[in-house]
Design a protein around this ligand. Structure first.
Ligand SMILES: NC(=O)c1ccc[n+]([C@@H]2O[C@H](COP(=O)([O-])OP(=O)(O)OC[C@H]3O[C@@H](n4cnc5c(N)ncnc54)[C@H](O)[C@@H]3O)[C@@H](O)[C@H]2O)c1
Length: 327
């Protein structure tokens, strides 16, 4: 039986807007009671009002997912209010562009805490309660296509999404090994979704100088962020993603790749995965074709001769197709 039932309780982190609000809205649409949390309290109140207006039973609570204590308090508050927890959406997260050697330790700490350790806090706070309940429950991690691929300027985002993905896989196999049968696990690896993801300043600690202009002094970071921002307008709406995620959870699927499942994306990810497993470097071919490699924006796009024969030709072709699709 699925955790998605009328009256069951869904908890969504980072629910003041974007994908989180889309997930909370879908939960209400499916008759679930919801607990929404975020650090942006004004937006969270607005979200609560809109969900309540839909007829939803909603608890809204400020919780910073980088704080283990806040996440534990969120679980306690959910149980105090509704008596149970059935679905946890580890959703809160942020993207900030940056090169591997230019990203400050403070910025890396922030993204590691927000995109990765938050998932660990969520699992620790909610899974033992779900095990004790014994009724149908589900944990969803909103990872990213960047959890299986690495792009230029993704020095914080890709590693943290890889880690969030692996931790959620660890949860899945530990539940299987321990014969815990009442908790399903789903990992979403979306491509671009139309949200405020490209405005990290809205939720970053004030101590961090994440000024967009300063970041854009680097041509690669500027180009990557501009490409991504340009793609947002035609990206998948969060409501559509939410429906896909709920359907996948209901069907018991472990992995879903919404908007990241074109042949080109798949070939690129397969080339990276195969490279890791077999010791073949896929990146010369990928980067040889990539607009994202534009540190020198006018550099001709094309893999150096010979690189395509080294087992990564499909990745180069895939990258070309992907970039044509993004235009
Ligand atoms: N938009 C995309 O293209 C995309 C693609 C793949 C994955 N994702 C992932 O989806 C998730 C949601 O992102 P989004 O696109 O909706 O972005 P968004 O910026 O619109 O929403 C993120 C929400 O998280 C909240 N938040 C930030 N720091 C927080 C903290 N410390 N504690 C609690 N809440 C916090 C923000 O206030 C915001 O409401 C993220 O994990 C992101 O990495 C997004």
């Amino acid at each position: 039986m699925s955790a998605i039932q009328k009256g069951a309780v869904a908890i969504v982190t980072g629910a003041a807007g974007g994908i989180g609000l889309g997930l909370a809205t879908e939960a209400v649409r499916r008759g679930m009671r919801v607990v929404i949390s975020d650090i942006r309290e004004d937006k969270l109140r607005q979200a609560q009002e809109s969900l309540t207006a839909m007829g939803g039973e909603v608890l809204a609570m400020r919780a910073d997912v980088t704080s283990e204590a806040d996440v534990e308090n969120l679980a306690k508050a959910a149980v105090d209010r509704f008596g149970q927890v059935n679905m946890l959406f580890n959703n809160a997260g942020a993207f900030v562009g940056g090169l591997a050697w230019e990203t400050s330790a403070a910025q890396m700490d922030w993204i590691v805490e927000l995109n990765f350790k938050s998932v660990a806090h969520g699992i620790r706070a909610f899974v033992p309660r779900m095990i004790a309940q014994g009724d149908p429950c589900h944990v969803v991690t909103i990872a990213s296509g960047a959890g299986i691929a690495v792009y230029p300027g993704y020095a914080t985002y890709s590693p943290t999404k890889h880690a969030a993905l692996a931790l959620t896989e660890a949860l899945y196999i530990d539940l299987v090994a321990e014969k815990v049968g009442n908790i399903g696990v789903t990992i979403a690896m979306p491509g671009m979704i139309r949200t405020e993801i490209m405005e990290p300043e809205k939720a970053s600690p004030s101590a961090l100088d994440l000024d967009r202009e300063a970041r854009h002094e680097n041509a690669t970071v500027k180009r990557v962020e501009q490409l991504m921002t340009g793609n947002l307008e035609k990206a998948m709406p969060p409501e559509e993603l939410a429906r896909i995620v709920f359907d996948a959870a209901e069907a018991g699927e472990l992995y879903i790749l919404p908007n990241h499942d074109s042949d080109a994306m798949k070939a690129r990810c397969q080339a990276i995965g195969t490279g890791r497993a077999t010791g073949v470097n896929p990146y010369p071919a990928i980067m040889g074709q990539s607009r994202l490699s534009g540190a020198k924006e006018d550099a001709p796009i094309g893999a150096p001769p010979g690189q395509l024969d080294k087992g990564a030709g499909s990745a180069a072709k895939a990258t070309e197709q992907m970039e044509q699709a993004q235009q």
